[in-house]
Design a protein around this ligand. Structure first.
Ligand code: SAH
Length: 374
């Protein structure tokens, strides 16, 4: 070590995204009591304060100490777009030319924030725009939590107001279970009553089906689970969602039921993108009904959202309704997801962000080599 190195300032800790236990040990290292961590969480998440100097009930010397050792660092907003239906999309900078997207979907009885977990995605689902741009990196916990923090600010939420964001869905860019180590602490902060304090049924993680990570998830947090099924049999699913070549439908469903057992959950939501002439025929609906009959499952039919360069087309509204009816008639609860924010490319599967310096470009037939670090 050189003299210059030993004099280098210690890197500041980003307080945003530190779960309670980590925040407690951080303030402990500074010689403070654990209740300081609760106070900090209160300022960060309950009051939406990012300026340490303004956290007025913290002792002055503690604030001074924090000013040198800690910071509250948020992703920078590159662009904001508002759709004709009120859906909002933010493009956030991940540094080094990378960017990722967050979408707010207002509805009469709730406000849903759709957040990203990675810059790009490695899974290469054939109908997804994010897949086209390859994968660059995992988002940090601070960047995941920061999306909720920023959206609250941007939406004008203030202390004492009713919630504007009532639901959080990890359905933006990326595969959340492929970024397990950063996503789990973020979910803890969403659920924690000292954090955003959102109920476990209103935080939904959507996965393409990383089976081992579903088992791990069951041990770690209790949130709602959505699974991208998209096909009623392995041959078709392997074509649309290549991870199926590694973990097939039977394995995936077993993991889902295990998750519900462990978490005392009511049902898993299965997402099913409606692709014209590909997976939308009555026989597909009947096969799907056989697969999920008497199971704690709900189907969410998503009209395909096109993006430049795709060969897929959206199923017609009549086809989608018929598909839903085929399922309902067989006792399967199925709903059609309303398409939102289409005019600003904010709908499911249209999030693109910006990925330069791709470390892994496309997964495609290389699925068997997929390494997912946990
Ligand atoms: N990687 C996760 C979450 C991200 S995508 C997952 O696969 O579940 C959220 C949902 O949008 C998934 O069900 C995904 O399959 C779906 N989706 C992707 N591209 C789409 C498109 N072009 N049109 C409609 N839905 C799409």
């Amino acid at each position: 070590m050189t003299v210059a190195d030993s004099n280098a300032p210690t890197e500041r800790v980003n307080l945003l995204g530190l779960p309670k236990a980590d925040l407690e040990s951080f303030v402990g290292d500074l010689g403070s009591k654990p209740f300081r961590a609760r106070q900090l969480m209160n300022w960060l998440y309950k009051r939406g304060e990012s300026d340490i100097a303004s956290m007025t009930d913290l002792a002055k010397d503690f604030r001074a100490q924090l000013a040198t050792r800690a910071e509250v660092s948020l992703p920078e907003i590159v662009k904001t777009q508002v759709a004709s239906d009120g859906t909002r999309k933010w493009l956030l900078s991940g540094g080094n030319g990378q960017a990722f997207e967050t979408v707010f979907i207002p509805e009469e009885d709730r406000g849903t924030l759709c957040i990203s977990s990675q810059v790009g995605c490695v899974l290469d689902c054939s109908f997804c725009s994010t897949a086209q741009q390859g994968f660059n990196r995992n988002l940090t916990t601070a960047e995941i939590v920061g999306q909720v923090w920023l959206a609250n600010k941007e939406l004008g939420w203030q202390v004492g107001d009713n919630r504007i964001i009532t639901n959080i869905v990890l359905m933006g860019m990326g595969e959340p279970l492929a970024n397990f180590r950063n996503v789990i602490p973020a979910i803890r902060i969403f659920l924690d009553d000292l954090g955003f304090d959102i109920s476990r049924r209103r935080v939904t993680l959507s996965t393409s089906g990383l089976v081992p990570q579903i088992y791990k998830l069951a041990e770690e947090v209790n949130c709602a689970l959505a699974v991208s099924l998209h096909a009623p049999n392995d041959a078709l699913r392997s074509e649309l969602v290549p991870i199926n070549r590694k973990h097939n439908i039977a394995e995936l469903l077993e993991a889902c039921w295990h998750y519900l057992d462990e978490q005392n959950g009511r049902s898993v939501t299965f997402e099913y993108v409606m692709l014209d002439g590909v997976n939308d025929q009555p026989e597909h609906a009947r096969e799907l009904a056989r697969l999920l009959r008497d199971k704690p499952a709900k189907l969410n039919l998503i009209p395909f959202n096109p993006f430049p360069g795709t060969a897929y087309k959206r199923s017609s509204p009549e086809t989608i309704v018929r598909f839903r009816d085929e399922l309902n008639e067989r006792g399967i609860i199925a709903t059609i997801r309303k398409t939102r924010g289409e005019d600003i490319d904010a709908a499911c599967g249209q999030l693109a962000g910006q990925v330069t310096d791709r470390t892994i470009v496309r997964l495609g037939s290389k699925t068997f080599g997929l390494q997912v670090r946990v």
